[in-house]
Design a protein around this ligand. Structure first.
Ligand SMILES: C[S@@+](CC[C@H](N)C(=O)[O-])C[C@H]1O[C@@H](n2cnc3c(N)ncnc32)[C@H](O)[C@@H]1O
Length: 225
């Protein structure tokens, strides 16, 4: 886009460079259609979880919901859904699409690192490509806040890239230390490794513990579901 007035042919993206991961950066990606994840397709992993017997209906959270494709799918399958994203561009698309077909999907402009504005505890949470882009120092607060807003036994499905090369520290990624960060509040039920756009990636299925694991150090069986 060329700047108005006497810009000397300078384009907007030469003047404005939003910080990677900021709301402005995500909005710019949606506006410029540089959003390869936004395919309009519900991941089969989401559909499989919804179809499985382990997900009783109730509230569901879609963290970093983008244009709301998975949120709407959950709403169409019996959940009351709160989709959360910091990109208003994506949320506008999510709301417009939900208006007609998914009345039980609500969309909030908020940061997933602090869910204190939510007054529900959910039976299911999804995070498809959001957690892995949070800076490492913000991840523990995300985990605690999410744990506070899930019912005991709730499922949490996380999709993330693996760790990037050390030379690209700002690239999204999740490593063993991040997965371990969930353990005080969650049990890891399964991991499915794959590749996505030439990066290692994985689907993690976790379940909110009924009681924090550390309460039963000698009896892990009691600490599970
Ligand atoms: C890779 S996209 C995935 C979007 C969606 N889950 C999907 O599968 O299409 C990541 C999304 O997370 C959102 N996001 C990133 N950081 C966030 C934060 N701190 N709080 C809320 N949303 C965030 C972005 O705006 C973007 O929509």
């Amino acid at each position: 886009m060329e700047l108005a007035g006497n810009s000397g042919g300078v384009t907007l993206d030469q003047v404005v460079a939003p910080r990677r991961g900021s709301a402005a950066w995500w909005n710019a990606r949606y506006l410029s259609r540089d959003a390869p994840w936004d395919t309009g397709i519900v991941p089969p992993e989401v559909a499989a979880l919804v179809a499985s017997a382990r997900t009783p209906r109730g509230w569901a959270l879609d963290l970093g919901c983008g244009s709301g494709v998975s949120s709407r799918y959950l709403a169409q399958h019996g959940f009351r859904v709160v989709g959360i994203d910091l990109a208003h561009t994506a949320l506008a698309r999510a709301r417009a699409a939900a208006m007609a077909e998914s009345p039980a999907a609500y969309f909030c402009l908020a940061d997933v690192g602090d869910l204190s504005f939510l007054h529900v505890r959910a039976a299911l949470a999804l995070d498809i490509g959001c957690f892995h882009s949070l800076p490492p120092e913000r991840r523990p607060q995300y985990v605690r806040s999410l744990a506070d807003h899930l019912l005991p036994g709730a499922c949490y499905l996380l999709y993330a890239f693996g760790l990037a090369a050390a030379s690209d520290e700002s690239a999204p990624g999740v490593g063993p230390r991040d997965v371990a960060g969930f353990v005080p509040y969650f049990v890891l039920c399964g991991v499915q490794h794959g590749r996505d756009r030439e990066r290692a990636s994985a689907w993690y299925l976790l379940r909110r513990t009924v009681t924090p694991l550390r309460t039963y150090p000698n009896n892990p069986a009691r600490a599970g579901l």
